[in-house]
Design a protein around this ligand. Structure first.
Ligand SMILES: Cc1cc2nc3c(=O)[nH]c(=O)nc-3n(C[C@H](O)[C@H](O)[C@H](O)COP(=O)(O)OP(=O)(O)OC[C@H]3O[C@@H](n4cnc5c(N)ncnc54)[C@H](O)[C@@H]3O)c2cc1C
Length: 412
């Protein structure tokens, strides 16, 4: 192929890093819904104001050079026979010779009544903005003389799902709300619950890191409800079932971190998938049924990766490098490569003052782990230029949380 048209769908971890590595290697187009990349592992710090939007959500116009064309829009159809992709609003379908699928997942409400309508998802900048606003609004409604038991009822937030995301989010919310209580001299305490169907928190993580998570949940005063299933969400709160007994809880907000499912667009694509709807790829990341279609990240099942890596940014990030190499090899007719992907370690944020890091089988926590996490994530941001700017900003300007101020004093 002399000048193949390479179309990359999805500008998250898989798509953005593939585009960056491919730049200059053909006619490359990246299509995505938003105008920015999002470093999702730090969305919690964005909620708390420890980091700013530009740190973790740089625009593609800043990241990509002129050799990669960016099309912002919603992909509505992928036709692997005609080799075209429809994007709304974009008139003519985009034609390709090589397709890279990196469309990620969406929140999975697992069919719980009212969950999609009434709970807040937490996957995008706009979601974090909405949740922060919800916390400020709830605080602003509390008069200073309200009795503690009423305050607690009015300021109850529930996070559904106690995976890493639910624990990171609930500790962050609890710390922010308690800080706002002190600043506003409110009586009593806010109430933050994390509700989990399984019998323990962070089920996918090992014992060493779980100890730090359990400890942080206690220190942040998060109520943990395990073996508890949410059965309904309404505009007023939620109903949960624990050992056959249903209880209704009035809340100021329910945040859903209870699961991820395949992008609905992938359901319609005519390529080979497994029974969970994930795209089946060869060790080269090529689709089993279409050799000019590559897939990576949350939409694909990769045969040679540690099982705990499925659905993680660290897998999509590592795969992007292989995808870029193999797209180039495919274009030039060279042999495609394979790779075994390993865990790069785990780092989770726990409230506004702590984190836990697992590296080389050893876990450590506390304020030092929080610093280590910032340092580690500086190195994982896209492009040297962006990394340097962000690293300098964190080093010189600090990473203090931004208090939940009354309406009118809040700034972005
Ligand atoms: C809050 C949060 C925290 C996380 N923390 C961690 C962590 O600490 N460590 C870790 O390893 N993983 C973490 N993850 C998981 C990680 O973000 C994903 O595994 C990773 O982003 C997958 O990369 P991807 O390229 O497959 O998809 P994504 O990064 O999700 O990218 C998909 C892209 O496709 C775009 N897109 C989707 N549908 C369409 C459409 N129809 N039209 C146009 N564009 C579309 C999306 O806007 C997005 O830009 C976290 C996820 C979330 C939500």
């Amino acid at each position: 192929m002399s000048q193949p048209r390479i179309l990359i769908l999805g500008g998250g971890f898989g798509g953005t890093f593939t585009a960056l590595e491919l730049s200059g290697s053909g006619e490359i187009t990246l299509v995505s819904e938003e105008d920015h990349f999002l470093f999702t592992p730090m969305l919690y710090e964005y909620l708390s104001g420890e980091v700013e939007e530009w740190h973790i959500a740089p625009r593609y116009s800043e990241l990509l050079d002129a050799s990669v064309k960016f099309v912002q829009g919603r992909i509505t159809d992928i036709d692997v026979t005609a080799q075209t992709v429809s994007v709304d609003p974009n008139g003519q379908p985009l034609a390709y010779d090589i397709l890279v699928l990196a469309l990620g997942g969406i929140t999975n409400y697992v069919g719980v009544e009212g969950a999609e309508e009434f709970s807040l998802p937490f996957r995008k900048i706009a979601h974090a903005d909405r949740l922060r606003q919800r916390m400020v609004d709830a605080l602003d409604r509390i008069p200073p003389d309200m009795p503690p038991q009423d305050v607690r009822r009015e300021l109850t937030f529930a996070v559904v799902g106690a995976g890493a995301s639910g624990c990171e989010l609930s500790t962050k919310m609890a710390d922010l709300l308690r800080d706002a209580f002190k600043r506003r001299a409110l009586k009593g305490e806010p109430r933050v619950l994390v509700i989990e169907m399984g019998d323990r928190v962070v089920p996918g993580m090992g014992e060493p890191i779980r100890e730090f998570v359990d400890d942080a949940l206690r220190q942040s005063h998060v109520e943990v409800h395990t073996e508890t299933r949410v059965v309904r969400v309404t505009s007023e709160g939620l109903t949960f079932d624990h050992q056959g007994t249903e209880e209704h809880l009035k809340t100021a907000g329910v945040v859903w971190t209870g699961g991820v499912k395949m992008s609905p667009l992938i359901e319609k694509v005519q390529v080979e998938k497994n029974n969970r709807g994930l795209l089946l790829v060869k060790p080269t990341l090529q689709s089993l049924s279409h050799e000019n279609v590559f897939a990576l990240g949350d939409v694909a099942v990769y045969p040679d990766a540690s099982p705990t890596l499925a659905g993680t940014a660290q897998l999509a990030f590592q795969q992007a490098s292989l995808a870029a190499k193999n797209v180039k090899a495919f274009v030039s007719g060279n042999e495609l490569q394979t790779k075994h992907f390993e865990e790069l370690g785990e780092a989770i944020s726990l409230g506004t003052e702590r984190a836990a890091v697992l590296t080389a089988g050893k876990a450590f926590g506390g304020a030092l782990a929080r610093q280590a996490r910032f340092a580690l994530y500086t190195s994982r941001l896209p492009t040297w230029h962006h990394r340097l700017r962000v690293g300098a900003s964190w080093f010189f300007e600090g990473t203090e949380p931004r208090p939940l101020l009354p309406l009118g004093f809040e700034r972005k």
